[in-house]
Design a protein around this ligand. Structure first.
Ligand SMILES: NC(=O)c1ccc[n+]([C@@H]2O[C@H](COP(=O)([O-])OP(=O)(O)OC[C@H]3O[C@@H](n4cnc5c(N)ncnc54)[C@H](O)[C@@H]3O)[C@@H](O)[C@H]2O)c1
Ligand SMILES: O=c1ccn([C@@H]2O[C@H](COP(=O)(O)OP(=O)(O)O[C@H]3O[C@H](CO)[C@H](O)[C@H](O)[C@H]3O)[C@@H](O)[C@H]2O)c(=O)[nH]1
Length: 326
């Protein structure tokens, strides 16, 4: 059993992580400023409401709790917003993360799992993206995550802080028991938007671009179940607690689905139509992003449990129906 700090534990992926860590018997403390999270999402975990860039608060937390490690999810996450307002992305995702890392060093906490993203790669130059793929982010969001990956390599050399950066592709789905799920406001992600459109909460889904060089002309993404992401974090912690060195892993199912295929899946699962309109391309969207997660499988022993798209959509649908009643 380890004592772990989870920043952003009231958010979408962080809340699934908290549940998963608790099921595995770990002692979890959450730090979240509720800028996009929900207090109730961290379940029964001790939850401190505050900013991950608040050094005095971090010092107090690290003095109160003898943490064995940190899982750092707290971040701004919208690509489009990062293009319009880069400063807040570099401040929150880079400067505040540096504050957290300095506090970890100061208080002798030497293990970190960091939420990185497929957006570090930019425009892909081959069909499947493995860890050796060039990193040329197209937007400040991806750049901010790549900067921290670099900082983490430097911190291992300078301070012995060991970390695993996990580059998630498109997180989707919800806890199979329907208790937690995706709850962004505003929502920008395809799966919840399509489900809310099927429900009639939204009039029509905008399909951003039908002129991509893909089979049906819509963008292809790799949707990875949020609980499979949580599993990968548990394995990354084991890896680090075994004393292994800093590493980066791509996390995706390895299968690409087009926007149209996601809409078809939503119609199959819900039994309802998803009205849509064709809209222009969204700035910064590569045509196709699909992971080669071979390294996470070989090194961490990661085995995604919910790789099937309809299963991911089913779990998200159960959550959306519950959420509508909240
Ligand atoms: N959702 C995806 O598809 C996806 C893909 C790749 C990477 N990621 C990364 O995964 C992580 C979690 O993403 P998510 O979808 O769960 O986002 P989210 O917005 O649901 O969760 C982020 C959480 O961090 C908190 N937070 C933000 N700034 C904070 C601050 N300064 N101090 C304390 N708490 C703060 C928010 O209140 C929220 O609860 C992020 O780092 C994101 O970049 C997400
Ligand atoms: O209303 C919508 C919303 C999305 N899309 C399309 O659906 C696909 C998926 O879009 P999402 O917004 O759901 O996800 P992104 O691929 O843009 O981004 C996600 O994955 C990225 C990594 O690839 C980043 O990490 C980012 O934080 C995370 O949200 C894209 O082709 C997008 O153009 C639509 O057509 N209509």
């Amino acid at each position: 059993m380890k004592k772990l700090l989870v920043t952003g534990g009231c958010g979408y992926i962080g809340s699934h992580m908290v549940a998963s860590l608790q099921r595995a018997g770990h002692d979890v403390v959450v730090l979240d400023d509720l800028s996009s999270g929900w207090r109730e999402s961290s379940g029964g975990a001790t939850t401190c409401i505050g900013d991950v860039g608040d050094r005095a608060l971090l010092d107090e937390l690290f003095r109160q709790h003898a943490f064995d490690g940190v899982l750092h999810f707290a971040s701004l996450i919208e690509v489009g917003e990062s293009v319009d307002n880069p400063a807040i992305y570099y401040r929150t995702n880079v400067a505040k993360t540096l504050t957290l890392l300095e506090a970890m060093i100061e208080h002798g906490v030497g293990v970190l799992v960091f939420s990185s993203t497929a957006a570090v790669f930019g425009e892909p130059c081959r069909p499947l993206i493995d860890e050796s793929h060039p990193t040329q982010p197209l937007n400040p969001y991806g750049a901010s995550k790549l900067m921290i990956e670099r900082v983490l390599a430097d911190f291992e050399l300078a301070h012995g802080l060991r970390s695993v950066s996990l580059r998630y592709f498109n997180a989707a789905g919800a806890s199979p028991d329907g208790t937690i799920g995706e709850r962004h406001d505003p929502e920008t992600h395809l799966v919840p938007l399509a489900l809310q459109t099927a429900m009639g909460v939204r009039p029509a889904l905008k399909v951003f671009g039908r002129d991509y060089p893909t089979g049906d002309g819509t963008c292809i993404r790799d949707y990875v179940h949020v609980c499979d992401l949580a599993d990968a974090h548990l394995l990354a912690l084991e890896y680090l607690f075994e004393g292994q060195p800093t590493a980066r892993f791509n996390l995706g199912s390895g299968s690409g689905f087009s926007v149209q295929e996601v809409l078809d899946s939503v119609e199959r699962v819900t039994g309802r139509r998803v009205p849509f309109t064709d809209a222009p391309r969204r700035a910064g969207d590569p045509a196709r992003l699909v992971a080669d997660a071979g390294a996470a499988k070989a090194t961490l022993g990661w085995r995604p449990r919910y790789a099937d798209l309809d299963t991911i959509v089913q779990h998200a649908w159960a959550w959306e129906q519950k959420r509508a009643l909240l």
